[in-house]
Design a protein around this ligand. Structure first.
Ligand SMILES: Nc1ncnc2c1ncn2[C@@H]1O[C@H](COP(=O)(O)OP(=O)(O)O)[C@@H](O)[C@H]1O
Ligand SMILES: [Mg+2]
Length: 242
């Protein structure tokens, strides 16, 4: 079943379209990777889905219903949670407090329900359990990323939007983050994953799209993308060489 569909989506901040009519489908239960060079429009795509870009046209469907033009809070309530680029963990709040904030779209949760759900996040991120009372500013990049993802999951999304979760992390931590992304999908959450680390992203994804200056250059299975000469030349090859 198609869970999320972008239909000829255009988006701009001021003059000039940043997204120039993109079509992307995400099926329920999939991990879909959105790849592309810096400035291609990957973050703008996620921001447009979350209702954070001022001018959008075309359509965005969630479970077959248009969500275009809805406010961000409403979009979160409908089941789309966005873990932004840069993580945005509050430095003066503890790990647990930061995670709890992710449930703020859901009305009042009982203490018991909150404890149970935070506990589930600690199962997924055992390191965070140990750090539950640590303040945000004391955390490493990998720990901040885990807090940001745990917070995003507290919204109980149908689709989790992840923007560059591996950015700036050491290789071993990157592997951990991608393992967690695979586990999130196993637990039933669909994932749209923006990455510059094409190799890692395609290793967990079911399908991928490559964006180039606001257009879909090519879409397909991870293998097809790796073997596409145009993609290798335009993007993946360049990465490997760089
Ligand atoms: N808030 C903004 N205001 C104006 N232009 C922006 C804004 N955010 C991004 N852009 C422009 O949109 C283009 C795509 O940016 P972005 O979606 O962040 O790319 P990516 O995430 O693929 O690196 C870039 O040219 C960038 O400069
Ligand atoms: Mg970006």
């Amino acid at each position: 079943m198609k869970l999320l569909e972008l239909r000829t989506l255009t988006a701009r901040y001021g003059a000039g379209d940043v997204l120039k009519g993109i079509d992307i489908d995400v099926d329920e239960g999939e991990i879909v990777a959105l790849l592309g060079a810096n400035g291609a429009g990957k973050s703008t795509t996620l921001r447009a889905i979350s209702g954070l870009v001022p001018h959008v046209a075309g359509d965005i469907l969630l479970g077959g219903k248009s969500i275009l033009g809805q406010k961000t809070e409403a979009i979160v309530r409908l089941g789309i949670s966005h873990v932004p680029e840069g993580r945005r963990v509050f430095p003066g709040l503890t790990v647990r407090e930061n995670i709890v904030l992710g449930a703020s779209n859901r009305g009042r949760l009982s203490r018991a329900a909150m404890d149970r759900e935070v506990g589930e996040k600690f199962e997924l991120f055992p390191d965070l359990h140990r750090l539950r009372d640590a303040l945000g500013w004391t955390l490493s990049g990998g720990q901040l990323q885990m807090v940001a993802v745990a917070r995003g999951l507290m919204a109980q999304p149908r689709v989790l939007l992840l923007d560059e979760p591996s950015l700036g992390l050491a290789p071993l931590i990157v592997q951990q983050v991608f393992k967690i992304i695979a586990q999130i999908r196993e637990r039933g959450t669909t994932v749209l994953l923006v990455e510059q680390n094409a190799h890692m992203a395609l290793s967990v994804a079911d399908r991928g799209y490559v964006l180039e200056t606001g257009r879909v250059l090519v879409a397909g299975s991870p293998t097809a993308l790796w073997e596409d000469p145009q993609v290798r030349a335009a993007y993946l090859g360049g990465l490997a060489a760089g």
